[in-house]
Structure formats: C-alpha cells, structure tokens
Ligand binder design. Structure first.
Ligand code: HEM
Length: 481
C-alpha cells in the first residue's frame, strides 16, 4: 500500500515537469520542426508560440485586459529576445504568426501587397466585392473609385458642407444637456452624418435600424466565424441582409430618379467611371457602402471622443486651438467653416494628427504570408499571418519623444520615416484618411470656438479592448463659452 502511494507520488512529481514542458513546447515543436526540415538553417524570427490551442492569447489578455499596459506585450518581447529586426514569432488569434513592430519591417510588409495579401476572416459580413477584402488588380480598380468618391479634394469640399449642420446642432444639444458621455454622443453625430453622407438619409426609424444593424455587424466581424443560431457571427449575417435591403431600396430609388443630381457617396460611387468609362455594378456599390460605414463609423467616433478627452486634459492646447480658430474670418459660434479655411489652420491640423496618434484606434492589422519570404536573414513561412503591431509605432520612445504626452507641437517636424502608421501604409493605406482628418478638424473648430468642458472622472481607468477608451466613455460637463 505504502509502495503504491510512493509510486504515485513519484510519478506526479516526476511527471508534472514533463507535462509542463510538453505544454510549453508543444506549439514550438508542432510548428517549427516541419519548418526546420523545409528551410534548413534559415532563422525563424525569435519568440515563442505559446500554449497548445491558445498560443499567446493569455499573455495578450494579461497585458491588454488585466494589467492595462498593452505596450508591455511588445516591451516584454524586446526585453527577452532583443529589438532585433523588429519581428517576433508567436501563435495568436488562432494562427502561427509573425508580429511586426518596427517601422522598417512594417513598411516592408505594407509595400509588398502581392507577397502579403489581406485575408479577412469575415468576408461574408464585410462583402465579397468590397475594397477591404479584394486584392491585386481588383483592389486597385475599386480603390480609385472609392478614393475619388470620399477622399479627394472635390469630394471633401462637398462633405465639409454636408456634415456641419449636424455637428453644430449636436454641440448645441450637448450644452443644453449639460453633462454627456462622449462616446455615446460622438457615435450619434457620426452616424447621423454617415446617413447623410452615404445615402442622404435623415435621422429617423430607418437610420436607427441601420445603426442597430451596424452594431451587430461590428460584433460579428470580431467574433469567431461560426454560423449557428445564437452566435454573434450568425446575428451579423442577419444584420447584413437588413442593411443590404435598406441600401438597395435607396439605390433603386436613385436608379429610378437618375442619380445625376444626387450629392451623397452612393451617388458618387454609382456615377464614377474608370479610365475605360465603366461604372460599378449595383452589388459593388452596396458592398462598398457597407464596408465603408464599417471602416469609418467607429473609428471617426472614437477619434472625436479622444479629442474631447485630451483637450480637457491639456487646457493649454485647447487655448491655442481656440486662438487659432477664433481668428478665422471673425466667425461666430456655429458659423460654418470651409475646406479652404481649414487648410490654413496649421495648429488645428497638428491637433488632429496628435489626437489620432494617441488614440491608437487600430492597434494592429493583419496580412497573410503568401510564399516563404526572407527578411534580413529571417524566414517568414508561407501560410503564417503577419500581425503589424501599429500601436507600438506610436508609443515607442525611439519613434516619438515622450510618446504618452499629448503634444501637437511635435508635428512642427515630420515624424521619423515609417513611424506614423495610424492609417496603415502602402497600397492599403486607409481610403478615408483625409475624410477622417477633415471631420475631426471641423469638429475641433466648432468645439473650440463655442464651448468649454471638463472631465467628470479625470482619473478614469483605461480599457484597451476592443479599442482604447476611458471606462466611463469620457463623461464631461459641457457648456457654451
Ligand atoms: C481616425 C479614423 C480612422 C483610422 C485610425 C483608420 C485606420 C485605418 C487603417 C489602419 C487601415 C489599414 C488597414 C490595413 O492595412 O489592413 C484602414 C483602411 C481603410 N479605411 Fe480607415 N481609418 C479611419 C477612418 C476611416 C474612414 C472615415 C473611412 C471611410 C469612410 C475609412 C475607410 C477605410 C477603408 C475603405 C480601408 C481599406 C483600404 C484598402 O484596403 O484599400 N477609414 N483604416
């Protein structure tokens, strides 16, 4: 009897380290041994593939969710493996991956779209004909349509006129309320403007239904792609059907009326011709409207929310912003500003860049390695993902001095090459980057010239998933100047 107990004790004590070693090494053996056979002595980037199935997910959640120091995820790798050439191997979000966290490596990936194409896990939700999922020639063709419709000076001039009535009206309403949650109110005004910009829709039941469906869509994009009743993915597909039906009705109305006179983005996408005189088909227009709203809705509202936050935290910046904006053509509170005026507002444009840098709305972006590729003596294996950790570009003190300080004056000089990746880069650089900048600048103008506000919880904790924001959603006391 005693012998059996001892035997079990010895097995557990002896076996436990073996079990732990196996758990720790399983992914390394599973993914690296076949590579060694294929690639001989070529180095794989340093790092660790984490635990079976989970990979480094627990480590990621530890830094992003539990301790709230997201950048330590990369810093801990730099401390353990050295800065090297700015890439680490890992297993994260279900795939063996290379994390890219240096300006040069990220630029290399972004500028070689053919080697590193994009692969959206939720293509059915985003739309098979949308810009964000297409690659190669199909992508380039669509990209010129979309840029012309939303990101070029002519389009932006119209958009500047279109969005201001709602921005001005919503700020007035916030002042009447006296206290608001920034995240909710910036979402509301952003979506009203999206309705107006994209399909000339006014606030009302149709817009409310669209908003509800987009919320479902966003949740589905982030969820596991399991199409079973009850899952977020399934719900998102149902939401997509409703969205498409609503936008299709609008599109058919336009087709019936002839869209020559219309001024919204759907009209723009329907009308624009490529160099061969061809226009987009209805499904292309609809898929792209949906994916543009997806790309532009949350990002724009979060950037606006962060502007409220940082300007409350940095009153000197707000003061300089006010002085510059008050000097524009002696405008009164609520008077509209033009694109030409905005271009002259040098300090305002620096506040825009600094807000977007600090907001880190897109923490990372994904690519697929389409063939074995060597980078500075390290192999990126075919079939692995690349996770471009763009957040780290903006929080690394090697790239930006005192990076966590909100300092628009740092934009007196251009950033070091490749360090400012808020909008990505290369062929897939954000197709709405100028639109996002424009909306933020207009909003800053009206805020600064007419209103004052204070954070209700200046020391609110931060959360970082799915996007960085103070946990109170930027609650502020808001009033006219
Ligand atoms: C502050 C706001 C915004 C930020 C930080 C942002 C960030 C980004 C980033 C990082 C990418 C690159 C993704 C990648 O490389 O995989 C991207 C792509 C894209 N963004 Fe934005 N974005 C913003 C606003 C907008 C707006 C307002 C729109 C349009 C309404 C928009 C439309 C797009 C589209 C269509 C793409 C895909 C481009 C392509 O694949 O060719 N974005 N955005």
């Amino acid at each position: 009897m005693e012998g059996t107990v001892l035997w079990w004790l010895a097995s557990v004590i002896g076996g436990l380290p073996l079990l732990l070693w196996l758990l720790w090494s399983w992914n390394e053996i599973r993914f690296l041994v076949p590579l060694k056979a294929r690639m001989g002595n070529t180095k794989i980037p340093p790092g660790h593939m984490g635990l079976p199935v989970l990979g480094e997910l627990l480590n990621f959640l530890w830094y992003f969710k539990i301790v709230g120091r997201p950048d330590d995820f990369i810093i801990s790798k730099r401390e353990r493996y050295g800065a090297g050439v700015g890439m680490y191997r890992t297993h994260l979000f279900g795939s063996p991956s290379i994390i890219g966290c240096s300006p040069a490596f990220n630029k290399f990936v972004m500028q070689n779209d053919n080697l590193f194409p994009i692969r959206w896990p939720a293509q059915d939700i985003v739309g098979q004909k949308s810009l964000v999922v297409l690659n190669g020639k199909a992508h380039a063709r669509l990209r010129s349509y979309v840029s012309n419709a939303i990101n070029k000076p002519d389009a932006l001039k119209k958009i500047a006129k279109l969005v201001q009535p709602r921005i001005v009206a919503s700020l007035r309403l916030w002042a009447e309320k006296g206290q608001i949650r920034g995240i909710e109110e910036t979402k509301k005004v952003t979506f009203e403007n999206i309705g107006k910009m994209f399909a000339n829709l006014e606030p009302g039941p149709v817009l409310d239904e669209l908003d509800r469906c987009f919320e479902g869509l966003v949740k589905g994009v982030r969820a596991q792609p399991i199409n079973l009743p009850g899952t977020a993915y399934h719900h998102a597909l149902q939401c997509r059907k409703i969205l498409m039906a609503i936008f299709r009705t609008e599109l058919e109305k336009k087709n019936g009326n002839g869209s020559e006179d219309g001024d919204d983005l759907m009209d723009g996408l329907m009308r624009i011709k490529d160099e061969h005189g061809e226009i987009l088909c209805d499904d292309e227009v609809l898929d792209n409207i949906v994916s543009l709203v997806l790309a532009g809705y949350e990002s724009t509202s979060l950037a606006s929310m962060w502007a409220l936050y940082y300007l409350a935290k940095y009153p000197d910046v707000l003061q300089k912003l006010r002085e510059e904006n008050n000097a524009v053509n002696n405008k009164k509170r609520g008077d509209f500003i033009t694109n030409e005026d905005l271009a002259k507002l040098k300090y305002t444009n620096k506040v825009v860049e600094e807000t977007i840098r600090m907001a880190n709305i897109a923490a990372f972006t994904f690519r697929l390695v389409s063939e074995d590729t060597e980078y500075k003596g390290h192999m990126l294996p075919k079939g692995w993902k690349v996770i471009l950790w763009i957040r780290y570009m903006h929080t690394d003190p090697n790239n930006f001095d005192n990076p966590m300080c909100f300092n628009p004056d740092r934009w007196n000089q251009p950033p070091k090459p490749g360090t400012y990746q808020v909008f990505g880069g290369g062929a897939r650089i954000c197709a709405g980057n100028n639109l996002a900048r424009l909306q933020l600048a207009i909003y800053l103008h009206h805020l600064a010239t007419g209103y004052k506000w204070e954070l209700v919880n200046p020391n609110a904790k931060m959360e970082y998933l799915p996007h960085p924001k103070p946990v109170d959603g930027v609650e502020i006391a808001f009033s006219t100047l």
